[in-house]
Design a protein around this ligand. Structure first.
Ligand code: NAP
Length: 251
């Protein structure tokens, strides 16, 4: 791979949608910084897959819920690549299924710290590197929201849904803020996608169990979401910014 390959940071790139995005992005010529929280083995496996196919990638540990970790993720990118051209703000968490009146303040605080504050601080570091206002060459950001932002998550996880509602608003606002600085900002809103995240909510079989209730009678795959993200990252989306793209099979 040439030294000038565009560099993409994928937060939460070790598993699920982020892993699929990392691999697909490498196939499209991006050098990929694969961020992960704790699962080094999974992140290294994604990096190995990319390298075996002739691509360029590194794994970078860091909890996006911790501002000091975000600084260190970007310090590693600066040292290793020296530039940044794209960001997929994908890292996100759910909690176990609970009503609001059962949730602790700590749960809600962590949800917003990772899903919202984390995404905003990561995007801020990306803008500092990509914006023409800061001497950058421009770039592209895709935030990973959720269809839950429109459904509300009632009886399941209103905290998660509200955090994704914040991501939608943030996407529209940041898109307008940096549109004249060479940066496009969009979001995808996946529906039910078959990944590990449902086990974290206490519903490991959710994708299979809910399939009959979905319009297409099946959950989506991480690869299908990755395809939509790659579209928004790429040149065919050159006049799209501030858009929220549902990738939900009609849900
Ligand atoms: P997943 O399979 O649970 O994978 C989560 C990824 O995020 C892992 O790579 C994990 O790293 C990383 N991560 C978690 N917390 C992190 C943190 N604090 N800092 C950095 N990385 C962190 O999840 P997924 O289903 O692919 O979801 C990815 C995104 O899509 C999330 O934003 C989620 O809300 C959104 N989404 C998913 C669905 C769905 O049905 N799956 C639907 C709508 C939206 P480790 O491997 O180190 O744990």
């Amino acid at each position: 791979m040439s030294e000038s390959a565009p560099v993409l940071l994928v937060t939460g790139g070790s598993r699920g949608i982020g892993a699929a995005v990392s691999v697909a992005a490498a196939q499209h010529g991006w050098a990929v910084a694969v961020n992960y929280a704790s699962n080094k083995e999974a992140a290294e496996a994604v990096v190995a897959t990319i390298r075996e196919a002739g691509g360029e990638a590194i794994a970078i540990a860091g909890d996006v819920g911790k501002p000091e970790d975000i600084k260190s993720i970007f310090a590693t990118i600066d040292a290793h690549f020296g530039h940044l051209d794209g960001l997929v703000n994908n890292a996100g968490i759910v909690g176990v299924i609970q009503r609001l009146d059962e949730m602790t303040p700590e749960r809600i605080d962590r949800m917003f710290r990772v899903n919202v504050t984390g995404s905003m601080l990561v995007a801020a570091e990306a803008v500092r590197r990509m914006s023409t206002r800061h001497g950058g060459k421009g770039g592209v950001i895709v935030n990973v929201s959720s269809l839950a932002a429109t459904l509300g998550g009632g009886g399941q996880y209103v905290d998660y849904a509200a955090s994704k509602g914040a991501i939608d608003t943030f996407t529209v606002g940041l898109a307008r803020e940096v549109a004249a600085e060479g940066i496009r900002v969009n979001a995808v809103r996946p529906g039910i996608i078959d990944t590990d995240i449902h086990a974290a909510a206490g519903l490991p079989d959710r994708a299979r169990d809910i399939a009959p209730q979905l319009p297409m009678k099946r959950a989506g795959t991480a690869d299908e979401v990755a395809d939509s993200i790659l579209y928004l990252l790429g040149p065919h989306a050159s006049y799209i910014t501030g858009a929220l793209l549902d990738v939900s099979g009609g849900r």
